[in-house]
Design a binder for this molecule. Sequence first.
Ligand code: SF4
Length: 240
Amino acid sequence: MAGMSIQPAALAKSLNADYAALPSLELLDVTVNKVFKNKIALVSSFGTEAALLLSMAAEINPATPVIFLDTLKHFPETLEYRDKIIALLKLTDVRIVKPEPSAVKSAGELWKTNPDGCCHIRKVLPLEEALTGFEAWINGRKRIHGGLRADLDVIEYDGRRIKVNALAGWTQEQIDAEWEKRALPEHPLVPFGYTSVGCMPCTALPKPGEDARSGRWAEFAKQECGIHIGKKWDDFDTGL
Ligand code: SF4
């Protein structure tokens, strides 16, 4: 990368000022193929909206590294959909990352009592390892998701790495139109009413009148799985 002579927080601010207004495809092109060439990955859940960002990444560079966190608690439908999307978009570098078997064994059904700790073991730690060597990562969070995402910058620094929130400003209408234009297949759980899909134990149908992510960790105040919180591993106590 051109940059890491300046501090990542300052670099993120400067990149955000320069590139936040670019159309998303151009933003992906400049970050993947120039600014962070060979030093950036895309992290995807292969959830209900994921194919849009993946399709755009495949268009600008199908060899973009894509990281999928296999928590071992996904719906089988998500795993089938993942493989279908990889083949459809001809993505050539998808990395399926799993948690440490011993940690998963110790955690048991931790999602019932301590979902932050469970996400830490099944998502945050494996992602941190998978991102070793990368300076930045791309994700599909959007301001329309609300909650902690409502004020999202397009390019930010989370204390660990620079994050490119390539679709931060997209509206639902824009997403739907681009989805149709690209003829993308829907996640198999969408016809059943799911608007956001994560792990099976922590995904329910959205609540009537509430946002698309209201079915995630529905019994807890939790809004994010931890990979977007920027917590340092060392500072987190899983309670185990
Ligand atoms: S979403 Fe639920 S099951 Fe998946 S890692 Fe987080 S707490 Fe565990």
